[in-house]
Design a protein around this ligand. Sequence first.
Ligand SMILES: Cc1cc2nc3c(=O)[nH]c(=O)nc-3n(C[C@H](O)[C@H](O)[C@H](O)COP(=O)(O)O)c2cc1C
Length: 381
Amino acid sequence: MPLSRRAILITGASAVVIAGAGWALTRAPNAARAPWRKASEGFGDPRLDILAYAILAPSAHNMQPWRIRLDGDDAFSIYCDRARLLPENDPLNRQITISFGCFLELARLAAAEKGFRLDIDPFPLGEPQPLLDERPVALVRLIEDAAQPPDPLFSEALSRRTNRSPFDMEKPVADADLLAIVRAAPSDVIPRASSDPLLVEALRALTVDAWRVEWTTPATRRESVITTRIGKAENNAAPYGLSVIGAPMDALKAAGVLTREKMDQPGTTAYEQSLSFYEKACETAAAFAWIKTAANTRGDQLAAGRAWMRMHLAANARGIAFHPLSQALQEFPEMAQLYARMHETLGATNGETVQMLSRLGFAKAPPPVPREPLLSKLVSA
Ligand SMILES: Cc1cc2nc3c(=O)[nH]c(=O)nc-3n(C[C@H](O)[C@H](O)[C@H](O)COP(=O)(O)O)c2cc1C
């Protein structure tokens, strides 16, 4: 995946950041963040209340590919909005399917909190291959169940963030925390985490290399650039995709330094700083966590997403910053060599697939990034 978003440091930024602090405070894209508030307020309807949390799930490039159809009084179906696929970075729709797994797990946690069990039927009309199609990703039924125990991970749902800041190199992640993160995953996937210095060093280098391939390959870079929203107005107008938010970003945009055209143009400040921003992120990993699956069916990808959601929430509960780094796991041809090296490095042998990889460490949490309102994600039959 891509460049970021919240905190690109553009050399010479101060030269164009001329506005005062008062103006800076008005730059928050509050409308785009409203769904984070709406989840805790609720809609007064159990199904919508559960879905209000589910739409806060992480998704590849924040594409929020879900379309939700309410069925009868107690069920809903989830479909993929195929306008939200990422054909260059995610040519097999694997990451988008994982995103649906995150959505379903967050729905399950919210349901348990409200005294419901979810009966989830994945791909009820068959697994779409080689690409996702118009068939449902899942049918979900709510079953009232007073015996359903709440899950402590739910309390992390509103504060969970993808954190792309450099991590504190002086602060190691404790083994007990790594173990807790791994144990948060169910047994239908193979979760792992490590702070072994040799492995961490190898993974830092591999993730940097893979990022360079993704960013310097025109098709994958362009896809990320097109989905990037720069500044308050763009994020409020289209609250999905990659977000570059904050007063300095608005100022750089106004000055013509940070534009999508410049980001896509080698040699410009926007292009080069995007490259080095993400490199810095990879280089400051204190530890890594990952998930492998024995096979790579759509069901495995959904299971990986559900487990990933839990690992991310478990990390959050321990104050550990979490940043997925998917570049070397992507299936476009220019990445093939690094894909193989990553699989070898993580011991993915005998056909295992590494579904997700994240760096772990410590850094101040960023504010929430945009979400589309729940009601805009509902579709009729
Ligand atoms: C399948 C998947 C792959 C992801 N890969 C990356 C990645 O390579 N780099 C990255 O910065 N974020 C990655 N993310 C994080 C998303 O960009 C992030 O969830 C989204 O922008 C929303 O932000 P949030 O998690 O803070 O709510 C990934 C998320 C998912 C679900």
